[in-house]
Design a protein around this ligand. Sequence first.
Ligand code: NAP
Length: 293
Amino acid sequence: MNLIDGKKISLKIQENIAEEVKKITSSGKKPPHLAAVLVGNDGGSETYVAAKIKACGRVGFNSTLIRHPEYVTEEKLLQTIADLNNNSDIDGFIVQLPLPRHINEHKIIEAVLPSKDVDGFHPINVGRMVLNLPCYVSATPYGIVQLLEHYKIETSGKHCVVVGRSHIVGSPMSILMAKNTTLGNCTVTLCHSKTTNLSDYTRSADILICALGSPEFIKADMIKQGAVVVDVGTTRVESTESKNGFKLKGDVMFNEVSQKCSFITPVPGGVGPMTIASLLKNTLLAAKKEIYP
Ligand code: NAP
């Protein structure tokens, strides 16, 4: 079994981005600027946003964190987004999901200017991705594609099974893997909670991408010998082993699945760091105005 080291590759990508930032600033231009909007105090969201802000510092980006309390109104949040859209110093921004129930997530996502939507969630970016047009590709699927590319994992003609059909991970992932591009050309099956006999599909996967958010759901008897397994899941579970009282668990039972597969991403240290690297890449593209001149 080969461990797919997302952390290492993410740091390499960040080094390359830092080099580009140096070139930008030494030519007299301002560094790229990413803003993050965080609503409430959810522990997971706090951690993810802190990691994104820290990564900005590592590559030389400016960053701004805008916090709102859990009870913020939709109107107020929309105003924040309008301000960020109109602020020419901000190249791109994200609104950390999930949002509280009283806020319409779709309305928020659609309010972000597509040219600043570095998470790649806006319908314009999703549509452009489907049509193979220049766009910001959703950070997690984009990160996974880069991992497969780095490890030279053959995708053409392979059966890729994606478990989970969310708008931010599973669905865009399935589209990318089926594309007529060097990294694609898979025959894709997209599974979800209504899929019957899930194991029949997962066992036939050459590449299995798990994004369900159900800790250790995928067991060794659900995969084919030699499969490539990508574990997107990150569920915080209570743990007495760590100082903060929790640890992250993936969707895959790592100990047993790793005995049977050819490649696997660990949790943490697999897909998560690549999501951050992709977000930084998208922000650099936004600063260079390469997608939306
Ligand atoms: P989500 O919106 O909750 O979607 C979960 C998907 O899994 C849904 O499509 C659901 O089916 C499907 N599902 C749930 N239980 C299932 C089962 N027993 N069998 C088959 N399908 C099942 O989650 P998400 O936002 O895509 O995130 C998934 C996981 O990835 C979470 O753990 C999240 O924290 C993690 N994540 C990690 C990163 C990263 O950077 N590492 C980024 C994003 C998300 P239905 O559609 O039928 O409900």
